[in-house]
Design a protein around this ligand. Structure first.
Ligand SMILES: C[S@@+](CC[C@H](N)C(=O)[O-])C[C@H]1O[C@@H](n2cnc3c(N)ncnc32)[C@H](O)[C@@H]1O
Length: 259
């Protein structure tokens, strides 16, 4: 008989490590198979990195980051200048690379438990930005992120929560580190009970967690004033058979926070 799948908000460390191992292997594979730059390009890149120009690589691999950008209305709602910004679960290619082209960001932190591995990859914006002193990296899990309370003006968390070990702890920490009046961006594939029942035996190694709109609404709506809030229907999502919707949220942290 098919095993019934239910919502999972928290997994063991062993299960999370398994997912992270899978995640890193995917990015390493993409790194290996992304066509190398020609020798001339590599030479020019190294040369330009040494000058004050520090030009960015022309074409970098991407993890749906342009797709998310479009769904977030090209980030047009963001202020033109932000002093301290963090992307949590930033991945090797990051959404910050696109955001920082739209607005001026004083200081960028890119946080991801795999960050130290990602900066060793040959390609990807994170390793370039790290080599060129554009970002500070942090390799803590969001559940135990070490930054001060009420610190960041902007936090970005896109396509992360179904990869973590404990969703509620992650959301709590992300909210904690944002200043009152600061902004949080959340982009997330959503899973319904029906989605889970349609794929009863599926063991999705890389996505240990499943998330519904209700979980996110319950935590975010009392604490943030929404600036952008929509749930894209199934057929507009990245993976329609598995996800009934996509959560697109940008909100301003309320001055008074409920516990
Ligand atoms: C699918 S990738 C998305 C990367 C990036 N947000 C993007 O959109 O390009 C998910 C990322 O979440 C990270 N992650 C997994 N568990 C995490 C945790 N507990 N805290 C923070 N990040 C986590 C993974 O290492 C991975 O880099």
């Amino acid at each position: 008989m098919a095993k019934k799948r239910t919502y999972v908000y928290r997994v063991s460390q062993k299960r999370w490590f398994e997912a992270q191992k899978w995640e890193l292997a995917c990015w390493k594979k993409i790194d290996r198979y992304t066509p190398p730059q020609s020798l001339i390009q590599q030479f020019l890149q190294k040369l330009l990195e040494k000058t004050y120009l520090r030009l960015e690589p022309i074409k970098e691999p991407d993890d749906w980051n342009f797709w998310w950008q479009e769904k977030f209305n090209n980030y047009k709602f963001l202020p033109s200048v932000v002093e301290n910004a963090i992307e949590v679960g930033c991945g090797p290619f990051t959404n910050m690379r696109l955001i920082s082209k739209k607005i001026k960001v004083g200081h960028i932190v890119c946080s991801d438990p795999l960050a130290r591995q990602y900066i060793k990859l040959n390609r990807g914006w994170l390793s370039w930005a790290y080599r060129n002193n554009r970002v500070l990296i942090d390799d803590q899990s969001l559940e135990t992120i070490p930054f001060a309370t009420n610190y960041f003006d902007l936090a970005v968390m896109i396509n992360v929560l179904d990869h973590v070990q404990d969703v509620r702890r992650c959301l709590k920490q992300a909210i904690r580190i944002i200043k009152p009046g600061g902004l949080l961006l959340v982009g997330q594939d959503l899973t319904s009970a029906e989605d889970l029942s349609r794929w009863p035996n599926l063991k999705d190694i890389g996505h240990p967690i499943s998330i519904s709109q209700h979980t996110l609404d319950k935590i975010l709506l009392p604490r943030f004033k929404p600036i952008m809030y929509k749930v894209l229907p199934r057929d507009e999502g990245r993976n329609p058979p598995y996800h009934y919707g996509t959560y697109i949220f940008a909100g301003k942290k309320k001055l008074k926070q409920k516990d």
